[in-house]
Design a protein around this ligand. Structure first.
Ligand SMILES: [Zn+2]
Length: 339
């Protein structure tokens, strides 16, 4: 058995990041999560913990893209060709690391033109294939070349990876949540890219003593006895897993009344965010939170919870208002909805 991963339920603090990641787990179409913060704040631990938290998914056996047996309209060409003969098996939800030096071929997959002439299998799937239906994690996304970030966001939005070389074309499903971490001191993402991430949160090293002691205590206990620690946290971990599963099931039935749409539009107008993407994401994220909390209807309270992580990175810089983006969002939220 693989070495246990630090349980998500045992992560101390980092509430914004945990919430953003749980929202993405409930609604994978949220558009990716950007996590800013210092090194050593547990960003990658949290992402890996999510993978271990999510229940296994059903896949078509042997499929290189882990196609979903329940969604034939999203199947790859191989699964479509084998329809009726496919077996269903369980597989863990993938969380794939995208290393900074990765070539485009490694990311999107490689087409072997010489083998194409002999008629054998010509496509070598890349990281996007492995990430299908899961998460693609880029540590220090701000150091990745812009064109690669662009490409990843395009594929994540369309849910399909298309590779074309000299008249040959391959397409396969690639639905994943992009999670990018970044250290703002090491270069910024272009604003055009920033705005294409659904959610953005900041993580900091905890500054109060009790939290820091808790972090070290749990980390130390885990490192001395990973299996024992995982066992001790099994109950809260199972509970959280059930909440995600329930929230996913509830999501399509969660109501979004016109009053919530109006509140979202008012907030975006007040902050002067460009385009409709902010409003749409605000509604989606609020709906995911409502589903997670077990509330049947989206209210201003849900909008309030998600507003900073949805809108903070979409604000244009205002030279007359130097307050940090998060503060500006919170101020607008208070003015509109009260404290
Ligand atoms: Zn398939």
């Amino acid at each position: 058995m693989a070495r246990p991963v630090f349980p998500f339920a045992a992560i101390v603090g980092q509430e914004d990041m945990k919430r953003a990641i749980l929202i993405a787990a409930v609604d994978q179409a949220i558009g990716g999560v950007l996590v800013f913060g210092d090194r050593g704040t547990g960003k990658s631990t949290t992402v890996r913990a999510l993978a271990a938290l999510l229940p296994p998914m059903k896949v078509n056996q042997g499929c290189r893209y882990a196609c979903d047996p329940a969604a034939p309209d999203t199947w790859c060409a191989d699964c479509q060709a084998a329809e009726g003969k496919l077996k269903t098996v369980s597989a863990p939800v993938p969380v794939v690391d995208l290393p900074l030096g990765a070539t485009e071929d490694r990311v999107v997959g490689a087409l072997d033109l010489e083998r194409a002439l002999t008629g054998s299998k010509v496509f070598e799937p890349g990281l996007l294939a492995r990430a299908n239906r899961g998460f693609l994690y880029i540590d220090e996304a701000n150091l990745l070349e812009d064109h690669l970030v662009d490409l990843l966001l395009d594929v994540a939005a369309s849910g399909e990876n298309v590779v074309e070389r000299e008249g040959l074309s391959i397409r396969h499903p690639a639905r994943f949540v992009l999670i990018g971490s970044g250290n703002p001191e090491e270069g910024e993402l272009r604003p055009q890219l920033l705005d294409r991430f659904g959610l953005s949160v900041e993580v900091r090293t905890p500054q109060d003593l009790p939290t820091r002691i808790d972090v070290i205590k749990r980390r130390d206990a885990f490192e001395r006895d990973p299996a024992g620690f995982a066992e001790a946290w099994k109950k809260p971990q199972d509970k959280l897993r059930r909440r995600i599963v329930d929230a996913k099931a509830r999501l399509p039935k969660t109501e979004t009344p016109d009053s919530a749409l109006e509140s979202a539009a008012r907030l975006c107008m007040k902050l002067g965010t460009d385009g409709l993407r902010g409003e749409l994401t605000l509604i989606r994220a609020a709906r995911a939170v409502a589903a997670f909390e077990g509330d049947p209807i989206v209210t201003d309270a849900h909008l309030k919870t998600v507003a900073p992580m949805v809108l903070g990175h979409r604000l244009r810089r205002n030279p007359l208002d130097e307050a940090a983006a998060g503060t500006r969002v919170n101020r607008a939220v208070t003015e509109l909805f009260g404290a």
